[in-house]
Design a protein around this ligand. Sequence first.
Ligand code: FAD
Ligand code: UDP
Length: 364
Amino acid sequence: MYDYLIVGAGLFGAVFAREATDKGKKVLVIDKRDHIAGNVFTREIEGINVHEYGAHIFHTNNREVWEYVNKFAEFNRFTNAPVANYKGELYSLPFNMYTFNKMWGVVTPEEAKAKIEEQRKAAGITEPKNLEEQAISLVGTDIYEKLIKGYTKKQWGRPCSELPAFIIKRLPVRYTFDNNYFNALFQGIPMGGYTKMVENMLKGIEVRTGVDYFDVKDELEAQAQKVIYTGPIDAYFDYKLGTLEYRSVRFETEVLDTDNFQGNAAVNFTDEETPWTRIIEHKFFEFGEQPKTVISREYSSEWEKGDEPYYPVNDEKNGKLYEEYKKLADAEEKVVFGGRLGEYKYYDMDKVIESALEAAKKYL
Ligand code: FAD
Ligand code: UDP
């Protein structure tokens, strides 16, 4: 009955479904949640598109992907520029001339570089061995102490001295006055929310939500030529080799009777004592002027089996286990594993779309 059964109505599933349908294939999409769009799902509350599974800012260097998403939504000019709040002192992120000026009163890039070099030398770091040393060597001790140490410890549940150096290298360090958190060529938020964008991708396609694949596997698989599976790879094999670990986050969302709570989409709380890592004020992703506001406090939490999986843990132990599951997956002739959970990979949205388009080219 179907050429493709697609498990998961997130970005990977939706893009593949669109491409297959446009090539004349008959497709059924299912998702165990009661909604489409996977983790980019936005829910409208008080006229505001709330990013229910965490803040999602679309950014990419890939023109093909940018043009692709623009077929399904109009993107606004939102640029991510989070503010760091350290015990009531506010600093610009990522680390740039505004941050250096506020921290030390320096005015020129040369002065900022000299200050960082002085602190790096005083700390005696030549070859950074962990996140703490890497951070100090990039931005100096003051910024490390106020903007990195506490935040990172809350986010990862362990001190910076026990974390790999590369994590902090994800953030730009700039000697210009530029608060753009990303270096990407294209950036924005789909106007009207991500759910609407995914709805447009799935237009004319049969979608059933609230359906868990494992409850209907035999029945639906018998009706489909091929399966595109975007759920967790270990769940597919009933965890028979063990459980892959994730890092989890928890959100506390509140509607407030004010039109402007914090004046920015994202504020990071970088001290160790504040229990949440950041607060998202959703309306500002779309420059909203609604009379009320919706905020989400984000807490980093340990993941346990049964919790919502968020970030794959890219350490050696989990990497090895994934490789074993991958061998089993490759032997499944009828099933293609894709997306963040199917490939156990920390993918940004643009990379997931790129990968779904590649899969579409390969299989269709
Ligand atoms: P998902 O969106 O997870 O979709 C998989 C779907 O499969 C889910 O809907 C799930 O319910 C369904 N499913 C699973 N098992 C079953 C089953 N047994 N039966 C039926 N359905 C099933 N990327 C960016 O580019 N910018 C950002 O700012 C950004 N912020 C992020 C913030 C957070 C907190 C997180 C966790 C991720 C962020 N990302 C961001 C990454 C982005 O969320 C992912 O790249 C993208 O959502 C992955 O899409 P996917 O289709 O692979 O997975
Ligand atoms: N980071 C920090 N202070 C901040 C923001 C980020 O110390 O205010 C560090 C933290 O260790 C984090 C890393 O920089 O893990 C990368 O930040 P990014 O925002 O890319 O992390 P994500 O939330 O995407 O994991």
